[in-house]
Design a binder for this molecule. Sequence first.
Ligand code: KIV
Length: 271
Amino acid sequence: MSIQKESKRVTVPLIIRMKEQGEPIAMLTAYDTLMAEILDQSGIDIILVGDSGGMVMAGHENTLSVGMSEMLHYVKSVRRGVNRALLVVDMPFLSYQISVEDAVRNAGRFLQEGGAEAVKLEGGKPIIPVVERLVQLGIPVMGHLGLTPQSIHQFGGYGVRGRDAEIAAQLKEDALLLEKAGAFSMVLEKIPADLAREISEQLRIPTIGIGAGKYCDGQVLVSHDMLGLYEKFKPKFVRRYAELGKLMLEAFIQYVHDVKQKDFPSENESY
Ligand code: KIV
């Protein structure tokens, strides 16, 4: 395992070239400076400030209650920790659905005030005019298809999308429309691996999968899930690389014990 201290900044054209060259793209989420600094040293290609931040950082039930000011706070914090990876931010619910004008203003704020380098939007056909306009204005767009969490009430939950032929066909069409509109990549969330393969093969731009199998051009997870910090959801697609939640609990219990036993602080820890 290597720590990536100095190397070239990751850019939007580089992400597209990685697909052309068959190099898998690694993406993870961050919402604060400390996590972003550690992630940036790992050689990660893209850091996503996901609206999942509202759930893992602020205890929201789902991503629908996350707004612009919360996302701006997360992206500004992450920007201060990132030197190398491409920084992408989720546009929250209602920040791009009402009008193209609103979407431009909000996406622009993420680049201008937040220091993001691209925005991510959920959905297909209905948001194509927004994607086209943002791209025309020089704002790079990452799409997001499949299980789009901002639509969970419509879907009735967090189940796999695209198992039936009609939805699968719609997803393939939406992917082509997003590419045509100028998106530089797209997340495919919780769809069958074979469908993700078909979509990935029909596109020139990279797909980044989460619960979408091994044929995507890249993979993304929520960092707090893969670190074992978020216990509310344990979907089968999450590989746990650490059990930090358990380690933290043990450390906190030990601290409480040491304070109660007057074992902390020691002479060495005093002035
Ligand atoms: O909000 C988020 O973290 C995301 C990822 C799951 C792709 O959109």
